[in-house]
Design a protein. Structure first.
Length: 189
């Protein structure tokens, strides 16, 4: 029996309901309830919501039982990791091109500064529940790597005078401290 089907079955029995009563109260076909409890199918979307409402189960709690529904599969982790790697490379390439490039002028450096403010700001807005250190590790490891590589290959004075290091430090600071500066009211139900 899958974990969700087991939890639904246990909760239904604790509430003293038969499968027929659960089906009637939740407006779901009896055969669907039987398939869910016998692990022949997994409820999704509206069906899962209706069952949770009838049994007075918190949907998030029920989903957290099943690791497959939470997206913790190894494939999901690999895809997420590759996405974060590509995102970090793109962010670093943009800021590096706008500041460290030999054709960079004052306008492009100013654009790099603006991007180093706004891109991390939007990352913080969409990940406001994430701790700052985790956010820096996920979205800022490209900045840190670039900072180290430029220091090794071009030297600290070059990185600083071109405006690259200030841009990278601004970005890392916003990623780490951003949720302190951006107080977004929590939604209450």
């Amino acid at each position: 029996m899958n974990l969700i089907g087991k939890k639904i079955s246990e909760t239904r029995k604790l509430k003293g309901l038969t499968q027929e009563e659960l089906a009637e109260q939740s407006n779901i076909n009896l055969r669907t309830i039987q398939r869910i409890e016998n692990s022949e199918s997994e409820p999704r979307g509206k069906t899962l919501q209706l069952i949770c409402n009838t049994l007075q189960i918190d949907l998030e709690e029920l989903i957290s039982i099943d690791p497959a529904l939470k997206g913790n599969s190894i494939t999901t982790k690999i895809i997420n990791g590759l996405f974060l790697l590509i995102l970090n490379l793109i962010l670093v390439a943009i800021i590096g091109f706008m500041t460290l490039d030999t054709n960079a002028n004052t306008n492009s450096v100013f654009g790099g500064v603006l991007l180093s403010l706004f891109i991390p700001f939007f990352i913080v807005v969409f990940t406001r529940e994430m701790p700052g250190a985790e956010r820096v590790l996920k979205f800022g490891f490209g900045y840190i790597s670039y900072l180290v590589l430029v220091t090794i290959f071009h030297g600290f004075p070059t990185g600083f005078s071109t405006g690259l290091f200030p841009c990278l430090l601004i970005s890392l600071s916003i990623l780490y401290f951003g949720s302190e500066f951006i107080k977004i009211p929590q939604q209450t139900d």
